[in-house]
Design a protein around this ligand. Structure first.
Ligand code: HEC
Length: 119
């Protein structure tokens, strides 16, 4: 009897520990996954590629500008141009829900922004 009780406690602990640490990092994880799948092809895994040879390098932008630019693309799904290539980025961001958008924005700000060290 005691054995079964111990087993139940053990199984519960095994389920709960990874779940809680996962929940804490979920935002960053989502951001990282999205960046790798949907952004790094053009902007580089390290944010140092000029997409299509014309975008700025994410790694050279302050985090406030990254936010401004990305929010602009996200909010205006039909944005034709924001001084760059017609609609490319609006297409990229319009497929994201709010949680995914916030996740990838924060990932880019934390990992690439030129002022990331001072944040
Ligand atoms: C198909 C290639 C492509 C993909 C994929 C892509 N981008 Fe871009 N991105 C561009 C281009 C081209 C520009 C510059 C175009 C413009 O300003 O309209 C740009 C601009 C940006 C800018 C503003 C930089 C500047 O030059 O002002 C940010 C921030 C950005 N992208 C982030 C992202 C993020 C985050 C993702 C993933 C969700 C992503 N991009 C996916 C091509 C891409």
């Amino acid at each position: 009897m005691k054995n079964i009780f111990l087993k139940i406690v053990f199984v519960c602990a095994c389920i709960m520990i990874p779940c809680s640490s996962f929940a804490q990092e979920a935002g960053d994880d989502i951001g990282e996954q999205i960046f790798r799948k949907k952004c790094s092809g053009c902007h580089g895994r390290d944010g140092k590629t000029q997409a299509f040879g014309i975008s700025r390098k994410l790694a050279e932008m302050p985090s406030s500008e990254i936010k401004d630019r990305l929010t602009l693309f996200y909010n205006d799904k039909n944005l034709q141009s924001s001084g760059g290539v017609s609609g490319v980025m609006s297409k990229q961001t319009s497929a994201l829900n709010k949680q995914q958008f916030d996740g990838v924005l924060s990932y880019v700000q934390k990992n690439f922004a030129s002022d990331k060290a001072s944040r």
